[in-house]
Design a protein around this ligand. Structure first.
Ligand code: HPA
Length: 234
């Protein structure tokens, strides 16, 4: 048992899906996995292990933001031997050509967070997805007639920023969308020599102010899950 995850050794699979919302983890476990068993519930951050197409797979919430996901992935890699971690989440588009409901595969994650400046003594690190996972997820999406946007994203520390237009500079340099966890997932995975990818669907637009309806979110979620599960077991 680690500080924040109440699992015993062997209870977490080598492959894990990481939604932000713990109740989404529960929904995924109950909907997609055979014989799911809950291995943790500390702070209501729920984690489950079950089977998908004959393979062991876990799903656990991470909470929101870099500090929260940092704690969970650190313990999953260090204490439970997780080899492959796939974040499934939502992001806000900051490009006109990336639309509501689109799929975004985060090839790299820029950040306005200070955590990597701290880690790397004031220097810049480039958090990057694992190529083989990116390739598999891309092909899984294309085979479903779903063209993903692939590229750099912005991982921000502040949902409610003091500079509401601050995203525009990142957009000018080609960042596709904004979310709050991927830079840390990629960095901690790299530290431990593990695989990581963030698969995101666009829930809202900072460009137009549009938001998806709950029904739309459910439909895009289902497609995102298919891509994530295929990537997970590849
Ligand atoms: N900002 C930050 N994170 C997000 C957003 C956003 O607009 N949408 C979904 N996750």
């Amino acid at each position: 048992m680690s500080t924040h995850i109440a699992a015993k050794p062997g209870e977490v699979a080598e492959v894990i899906l990481l939604p932000g919302d713990p109740l989404r983890a529960k929904f995924i476990a109950e909907t997609y996995l055979e014989r799911p068993k809950q291995y943790t519930g500390i702070r209501n951050i729920l984690g489950f292990t079950g089977m998908y197409k004959g393979k062991n797979i876990s799903v656990q919430g991470t909470g929101m933001g870099i500090p929260s996901i940092s704690i969970y992935v650190h313990e999953l890699f260090r204490d439970y031997g997780v080899k492959r971690a796939i974040r499934i989440g939502t992001a806000g588009t900051i490009q006109e050509h990336v639309k509501i409901r689109d799929l975004v595969l985060a090839m790299s994650a820029s950040t306005d967070s200070g955590v990597n400046r701290g880690r790397f003594g004031g220097k810049d690190y480039a958090p990057t997805a694992t190529w083989s996972l990116l390739k598999t997820a891309y092909e899984a999406a294309i085979s479903r007639n779903w063209q993903p946007a692939v590229g750099n994203i912005l991982c921000t520390d502040l949902f409610y920023s003091g500079e509401p237009q601050g995203w525009k500079l990142w957009a000018e340099y080609g960042a596709l969308a904004v979310e709050m966890e991927s830079a840390e997932l990629y960095t901690v995975a790299a530290k431990f020599g593990r695989e990581a990818l963030s698969i995101l669907t666009i829930s809202d637009s900072l460009v137009t102010g549009e938001q998806t309806t709950p029904e739309e979110r459910q439909n895009t979620f289902t497609r995102m899950m298919e891509v994530a599960l295929e990537t997970a077991i590849s």
